[in-house]
Design a binder for this molecule. Sequence first.
Ligand code: FE2
Length: 245
Amino acid sequence: MRIAFISDIHGNFTAFQEVLTDIKGQSVDQIICLGDTVTMGPQPTEVLNTLRELKCVVIKGNHDAATLDPGNAAQYKVANHLISDLYWCRNQLSPDDLQFINSFEPMHEIDLPHGNRILAFHGSPLSSTDIIQSTTPNHLLDVYFEGQKANIFIGGHSHVQMVRRYEDKLILNSGSIGNTFKFPYSPGKSVHLLPWAEYIVINQSEHSLSIDARRVYFDTDELLKKVRESQLPCASWWIEQYSKP
Ligand SMILES: [Fe+2]
C-alpha cells in the first residue's frame, strides 16, 4: 500500500502540476490532500478542478475554512495582511467551488497491516490552526494525540516537512506544495519561500513501513507569469520571493 500525502497547495497550480507528475511515477494507490487548497496563489479554480478530478480525500485546512467564512478570518488565524488575498480568492470561486470546499473532511483514518493506523489532519487532531513542529514539546503532543488509536499522525499547516518519532508514534508533516517555508513560522516574522514543493509517500509493504519525504522542483518563472496575470493583491510578495538576482 502506497499513499501520497499532499498539503498546502495554496492556489499554486504550477507546483501542483509538477507534484502530480512526480506522483504518477510513484505508483501510489491513493492520494490524500491535507488542506489549505486555496488562497495566496493565483490559480485557486484550477487547483479545485484538479482535486475534483482526482476524487481524493481532502481535509479542510484553516485557509479553506476562512475562504468559506472570510468575515471570521481571524478565528482561522489568517494574518491581517492576507485578508485582501482571501477576498480576491473567494471572488474567483463559483458556488460549486465553495460547496466543494465545504465538503472537505475534518480528519481521515486509514488502517494498515501490522496494526498501523494513520490519522490525517491539517494542524492537529484538535484544530486546523494548531502547529506541530520538530520543537513542539512532548507534553503538547500528548494533548494533541490523547485518546487517538492511530500510531502514525500526518498533517500539514506548518509548511515545513517533518519526520519525527515520538515513543511508538510517527509524527509526519508532508510539507507544502505551493508555499514551502525556509524557516518555521513565527508570528510577526516575515516568511521566505523555497523554490520547490514537498510531499510524503507512506509505503507499507508486507515486512516494512517506509516514509519517502519528497522534494519536487517547479518553474518559478511560470508561477510568476500567472501571478502577474492574476492581479492578486499579494503579487509583489510572490515576485519578491522568486525574482532572480
Ligand atoms: Fe497553509
